[in-house]
Design a protein around this ligand. Structure first.
Ligand code: ADP
Ligand code: MG
Length: 520
């Protein structure tokens, strides 16, 4: 080999060694980079967990704030972010109602018609039937007459198919409970003015109208002698449905797409009603609690960003931390931050993750329910929703932790809201029995309507409904545990239970309990 060739070989060897060193350096540095990114992601997680934390003292502050805001909302119109709407429901079903009643339930893209034959304490619900009809999209943005006429037409054809087992009272009109889950200012049990539409409806000429009168007119035009006896929202329907089966039900909470609560209040506590107090001594209040706010709520940057990008910034703050429409999106925002700042899912941010609401709460709960040792379901959801392939277990663990943090915070805040209501009505165990009994004995007719005073009744039942509560088991478990944690010993007297689909039948039961027929 000539001298020149030796030099070339040596040169090649040097180049190869350098390349190998460089490759090794790249591997080491990329490992280091991944490690440092993972560390960064963990820091983001830890910071988020701290910002979301709801230790007992903080939860108690939320409980107190809820009770204070409830009080303020009852004293004057606009006194609180809680509207605390009087519903004029001063009598709840007992179980002894009899006869045939109808309900119409309009609260979203579907509406339902329902009939129920009630047989009193013994027979209870003898028979019930319902039908669900999609509202044609053009009617959601059309005229008031078209919308209510469509509802009247569907109701009319449902009535025409009234079969065996349903017996209207001879010579009396059929009565209807109308569940209408849009913001309404009620002026009586069976009248209320539509304040504004939500959920994609935009029937402009209906705003400011009495929705009961509008539907009643369309029903009459079709030649039916049916009377709308009660106008309620879904929360009040759930309360009525729960009370029908269990006289200890005092509170109803819906945790679905949105959230709201209703409860039985002493009439005298509703100062803003002045002298128009119901004789029964009690009234159901529709809290519209989704709009609750308190500086004690643990708000994060993700919540602020979410709020700013919604159609109603600054409103429904509580709802945005606890309800099904938003929980998944809070998770998405934290994951997006980790993707952008710490390349959690690789060098590129998954494009779809930039899209608001691309992670639904059902996806979140699916990941959170993953009990497998390798968090396979978490990996599958990330792949199916965002096209992220081959995530490591460390990444899947971080994603799981984010879901857990958001669900736990929402559930504990919902629990604090419930305990706030219990506190307001003297059933959180902090009032002396003597005080509660003596306060309530001042109220005429309290016993008459079948609500035992706290010191005697023992139990207070909270009727829960809504897809989030029903289907997200870890959320439910966190919520129930927090209620127990907050109430301590008094928790033995409080039952939080699922009361499925009270909102439809509840309106029919309310119609029965207020109607002349039903009290016979
Ligand atoms: P709505 O509140 O619209 O009347 P639902 O009470 O049925 O209807 O609640 C539906 C909501 O419940 C959905 O928008 C979703 O946020 C939530 N949800 C449904 N299924 C699940 C699930 N498996 N896990 C968690 N949340 C769910
Ligand atoms: Mg609903």
């Amino acid at each position: 080999m000539g001298k020149a060739a030796v030099v070339v070989v040596a040169g090649v060897a040097i180049v190869c060694a350098a390349a190998a060193c460089a490759a090794a350096a790249v591997v080491v540095s990329s490992r280091m980079r991944v490690r440092s990114q993972r560390r960064h992601a963990r820091n983001v997680l830890q910071e988020f967990q701290e910002a979301c934390s709801t230790p007992l003292p903080r939860l108690r502050q939320v409980v107190d704030a809820m009770a204070v805001e409830m009080h303020a909302g009852l004293v004057s119109e606009g006194g609180s972010r809680l509207k605390m709407l009087p519903t004029f429901v001063d009598r709840l079903p007992h179980g002894d109602e009899k006869g045939l009643y109808y309900a119409v339930d309009l609260g979203g893209t579907n509406f339902r018609v329902l009939r129920v034959q009630l047989g009193g304490k013994q027979g209870r619900v003898i028979k019930q039937e319902y039908e669900e009809v999609a509202i044609p999209p053009e009617l959601m943005i059309g005229s008031s007459e078209e919308l209510f006429d469509f509802i009247a037409k569907e109701l009319s054809s449902f009535v025409a198919r009234e079969g065996d087992g349903f017996r209207p009272v001879a010579g009396q009109s059929r009565e209807i409970g109308f569940t209408f889950s849009f913001p309404v200012q009620q002026t009586a049990l069976n009248s209320g003015t539509l304040l504004n539409w939500t959920k994609g409806f935009k029937v402009v000429d209906a705003i400011g109208q009495d929705v009961v009168a509008a539907l009643q007119t369309c029903i009459r035009k079709r030649g039916h002698e049916m009377r709308i006896a009660a106008l309620v929202n879904d929360t009040v329907g759930t309360l009525a449905g729960g009370r029908y089966w269990n006289e200890d039900v005092m509170i109803a909470v819906i945790l679905g797409t949105g959230t709201n609560a209703a409860y039985v209040e002493r009439a005298q506590a509703i100062s803003k009603c002045g002298n128009v107090l119901p004789k029964s001594g009690q009234m159901v209040i529709n809290m519209e609690w989704g709009n609750f706010w308190s500086s004690h709520l643990p708000r994060t940057q993700a919540d602020e960003a979410l709020d700013n990008e919604t159609m109603n910034p600054g409103e429904q703050g509580f709802e945005k931390m606890i309800s099904g429409m938003y929980l998944g999106d809070v998770v998405r925002r934290v994951l997006l931050k980790m993707a952008q700042e710490a390349a959690l899912f690789g060098p590129n941010v998954p494009r779809k993750m930039l899209e608001a609401f691309s992670l639904g709460t059902p996806d979140m709960s699916k990941m959170h329910a993953d009990e497998s040792s390798d968090l396979k379901v978490v990996g599958n959801v990330l792949r199916d929703v965002y096209g992220i392939e081959n995530t490591s277990l460390a990444v899947r663990k971080i994603v799981y932790e984010v879901c857990d943090t958001v669900a736990e915070r929402g559930a504990r805040l919902a629990a604090a809201g419930i305990v706030g209501i219990l506190k307001k009505i003297g059933r959180d165990g902090t009032h002396s029995k003597w005080k509660v009994a003596s306060e309530q004995n001042h109220v005429n007719g309290w016993e008459e309507v079948g609500s035992p005073v706290a010191s005697e009744c023992g139990k207070t039942v909270v009727a829960m409904d809504g897809g989030l509560y029903e289907r997200y088991s870890k959320f439910r478990a966190y919520m129930q545990a927090a209620v127990v944690e907050l109430l301590g010993d008094a928790s033995k007297d409080v039952v939080v239970e699922l009361s499925k689909d009270g909102s439809g039948i509840g309106a029919a039961l309310l119609a029965a309990s207020v109607s002349q027929n039903g009290r016979k």
